[in-house]
Write a protein that binds this ligand. Structure first.
Ligand SMILES: *Cc1c(COP(=O)(O)O)cnc(C)c1O
Length: 374
C-alpha cells in the first residue's frame, strides 16, 4: 500500500473556471497558462479540463512537447521565448509561438535558418521591470523584428505587476497603449487578476488573456476576494488519512519542539502528510484542516511525514473519527465541504500558487472526471 496521501485533480472544476474566465472577457481568446507542470497539477491531468481554451501558454520546451503529444494542434506560446538558438528549431518543428523580450532573442532569430516564418509576441516592460523592452525601445525592437524574413506576425504583449492590488493596471496600461498606439498586431495584456478585477478594460484592450491561477481555482487577490466570491472551484484536493489518535492531558505537548501545549485534555489526530509532501512547514498551530469534512486546526510543528490535528471540533459535532479517517489539507472533502487552498497559503505566509506548485513527487495523483464540480 502506498501512503494514503493523494492529490486529486478535478476536471469539471477546471472546465468551470475556464467558463468563468470566458464570462469575464467573452470576446478575448484565452491562453490557458500551464507552466510549472500546470501549476503542479500535471499537464496531462489538466488537459481534458482545459482543452476548451484557445491555446496553451508555458515556459519549457519539454512541456510544449508534452502538450503536442496530447494531440493539441492549436496555438502554444512560450511565455519567456527561447533560451538558446536551437530552441528555434523546436519552435519550427512543433509550431510554437514565442515571446521576444530582449535583443539577444532577436539576434537568434536573425541567425535562424527556417522555411517557415515564426509568430512572435513582442514583450514590453511597462513597469514590472522583469522582462521586456522599455516603451522607449519597443518600437525599434518591433521594426527590427518586422524586417526579418524569419518573423511572421508580431503580437504585442505586456505583464502587470499590480493587477491584484491597489495600484492596479492603469500605470502600465497607459504606457503600453501610448507606445503601441499605431502598431498593428494582436494584444495580450491580462493575467488572472486583470481578467477578473479589471474585466472592463481587459475586454476592450486584449485580444488574448493569459489566466493561470484562476483556472486552478485560487483567488488572485485573496483575502480581498475568495475563490467562492469569484465563482471559482478548487481544482486540486490534497487529502490523506489519520494514522493514529493520541489522548493528551493538560500540560502535554505535541510534536517537535513541544510547540503546542494542551491547556485541557485533548484528542489529537496524526495525519500522513508532512513537508516532504509539499505541505509547508511554515504552517503553524491554527492552520485550517478538514477531518471527515469537519473544519479543525493544525497543532504544533509540521514534520517531514506527518502533522497533528485537533479533534475537538469532531467530538463537539458528534462526528466519529479514528485510524483511517479522511483528512483534507485543501480542496474538497468527501462530505462536500471545501477548504480553500488560499486559506492554507495565508497561514504559511504565501499564496495558493506556491502550495500547488510544491506538491512533492512522492504524492500520488489521481483525476476526478465526474461531471459536476459541486
Ligand atoms: C504566469 C504568467 C501568467 C499567468 O499568471 P496568473 O497570475 O497565474 O494568472 C500570465 N502571463 C505571464 C507572462 C506569466 O508568466
Amino acid at each position: 500500500m502506498p501512503r494514503p496521501i493523494l492529490a486529486t485533480v478535478h476536471t469539471a472544476a477546471l472546465q468551470q473556471n475556464l467558463a468563468r474566465v470566458r464570462q469575464s472577457v467573452p470576446d478575448a481568446r484565452v491562453w490557458a497558462v500551464v507552466k510549472a507542470n500546470a501549476y503542479g497539477h500535471g499537464i496531462e491531468r489538466v488537459f481534458e479540463g482545459l482543452r476548451g481554451a484557445d491555446g496553451f501558454a508555458l515556459l519549457d520546451l519539454a512541456e510544449a512537447e508534452r502538450v503536442r503529444r496530447l494531440g493539441w494542434r492549436g496555438p502554444i506560446l512560450l511565455l519567456e521565448g527561447v533560451f538558446e538558438p536551437r530552441d528555434l528549431e523546436l519552435c519550427s518543428r512543433l509550431d510554437l509561438w514565442h515571446a521576444v523580450h530582449c535583443d539577444e532573442q532577436i539576434d537568434m532569430l536573425a541567425a535562424h535558418k527556417t522555411q517557415l516564418p515564426q509568430r512572435v509576441f513582442l514583450k514590453m516592460n511597462s513597469g514590472m521591470n522583469r522582462l521586456g523592452f522599455t516603451p522607449e525601445r519597443y518600437r525599434s525592437a518591433w521594426t527590427r523584428l518586422n524586417a526579418l524574413p524569419q518573423v511572421d506576425e508580431i503580437s504585442l504583449m505586456t505583464h502587470f505587476s499590480d493587477a491584484d492590488g491597489p495600484r492596479g493596471i492603469a500605470y502600465q496600461e497607459e504606457a503600453f497603449l501610448r507606445a503601441t498606439a499605431d502598431l498593428p498586431g494582436e494584444r495580450s495584456l491580462a493575467n488572472s487578476a486583470a481578467t477578473l478585477r479589471h474585466a472592463e478594460r481587459a475586454r476592450i484592450k486584449s485580444d488574448w488573456v493569459r489566466p493561470g491561477i484562476v483556472l486552478y481555482g485560487s483567488a488572485p487577490d485573496f483575502p480581498e476576494h475568495s475563490a467562492a466570491d469569484w465563482g471559482l472551484q478548487p481544482t486540486m484536493t490534497l487529502s490523506s488519512k489519520l494514522l493514529a489518535v493520541q489522548s493528551l492531558q493538560a500540560g502535554d505537548s505535541v510534536g517537535y519542539g513541544s510547540r503546542f501545549v494542551a491547556e485541557q485534555p485533548l484528542r489529537v489526530g496524526v495525519a500522513a502528510c508532512g513537508y516532504a509532501d509539499g505541505y509547508s512547514r511554515l504552517c503553524d498551530t491554527g492552520t485550517p484542516v478538514l477531518v471527515n469534512g469537519v473544519r479543525t486546526r493544525l497543532l504544533g510543528r509540521v514534520s517531514m511525514d506527518m502533522l497533528m490535528l485537533d479533534l475537538t471540533p469532531l467530538e463537539h459535532a458528534g462526528v466519529p473519527f479514528g485510524f483511517g479517517s479522511e483528512v483534507t489539507l485543501w480542496g474538497r472533502s468527501s462530505q462536500g465541504t471545501t477548504l480553500p487552498i488560499d486559506e492554507v497559503a495565508r497561514a504559511a505566509g504565501t499564496v495558493g500558487y506556491e502550495l500547488m506548485c510544491a506538491v512533492a513527487p512522492r504524492v500520488n495523483f489521481g483525476v476526478d472526471e465526474s461531471s459536476t464540480a459541486g
